[in-house]
Design a protein around this ligand. Sequence first.
Ligand code: SF4
Length: 445
Amino acid sequence: MTLQRIPPPSMEAMLYHAQMEGVLPLTSQCNMGCIFCSNAYNPETCEVFSIPPRPLSDIEATILWLTGSRGPIVIGESITRINEGEPLTHPEFAAILELLREHYPDRIIRVTTNASLLTHDLIKRLSDLDVELMVSLNTVGHRERIMGDKEPEKTLRNVEALGGKVRFEGSIVALPFLTGWEDVRDTAKFLKDSGAWSIRMMAPGFSRYHPLSKYAAEFKLDEAREVARDLQKTLKIPVLFEPPGITTITPEVEYVLPRSPARRAGLRPGDVITHVLRRPVMTRKEAFERIRDHAKPQVVYNREGGIYETVINKHRFQPSGLVMYDDLDTEAWFEWELKSRVKRRRVLVLTSELAKPIIEHALEVRNLEARVEAVPSLFFGGNIGAAGLLTVRDFLAKYEQIGGSGYEPDVVTLPKRAFDPWGRDLEGISYRSFEQISGKPVVLA
Ligand code: SF4
């Protein structure tokens, strides 16, 4: 099949959309060379863009675009197609943060960093400006081999120096087949002892082009989730594993931070939030965000069948101390119900294996019917399975296979996150090509 690639939009248009989503790209430069870096070993036709450090004047001129989003302002996390490197390599990093804080006194500003370039002065400025960090530490014992860190001792000292000054989370890409689980445990313990309030542990993702993809099959998700649960129990801080393996949209609390507003309000892990500000909530994401975005939110929750009510005494946008997994965006779900006309039409939803049970549960909660199918990634191969990394080729291959069984939908839903704001997938192919080839209308959601 011939699929027409559409040329990418201008960098200015991409930056505009990234900032409207709350993402502030600074630079694609990085001072490390992690063997698991998602910026490497992509298929040849995969569309990702690298940028040099953006001038301060450019950032100043576009800073108002960040008003388009409500959540945190995110720096250094690869969410869009612009490669995010190490933000601290930007020569004007501190000045950019000052500028941001001046414009957005109330917003959470979160920077992902490998911590190697932190200095005493910078830590003080981060603290004064109330900037949060996500420290990608990954390993304490194999830093040079895994990340290319030439001064591992210095990086570890930098992380220790954050304690009590800067609010930070730690992240670990778990590579037990290279470092052993012992190093993963030591790294988690080091982060906790250095003052991290939470740890994100992630499964590595390797495309078939990656030299380490042969290890992907060796990585057992269940075993990794068990290690994370065990660490959470022993370290007494949240240790969240990604992908989490959740199969429902039930707004269940995963963890409540000690001495937090939510803890003082009496909430506990396992509580299911049913209403926030007297309105029902359907998903974890909805509950979490409504609580985050309001001052003194009134919350109704279910604990072992009993219904209770409380008020979380906090400011608007102040973290409540609740820790919950991310699942479904309720607003986007209701928009999808309207657009797909799922009540009256036969709808086929093509998504990732991980999202399938969550969508099926949402359908059940809403008393709706649709066929949900998991699509494997042929484009990346390896163990890549996120919905945002699926392509039109992958969707068409699955659709062809389903068509063989005689099933014919009225409309097909594809994951919106697999496409850029112009409807192009990671190869630059529009979802409209799927419509043309399959003969079915598509709704993105
Ligand atoms: S620190 Fe981050 S951006 Fe740099 S090489 Fe490692 S994973 Fe990639």
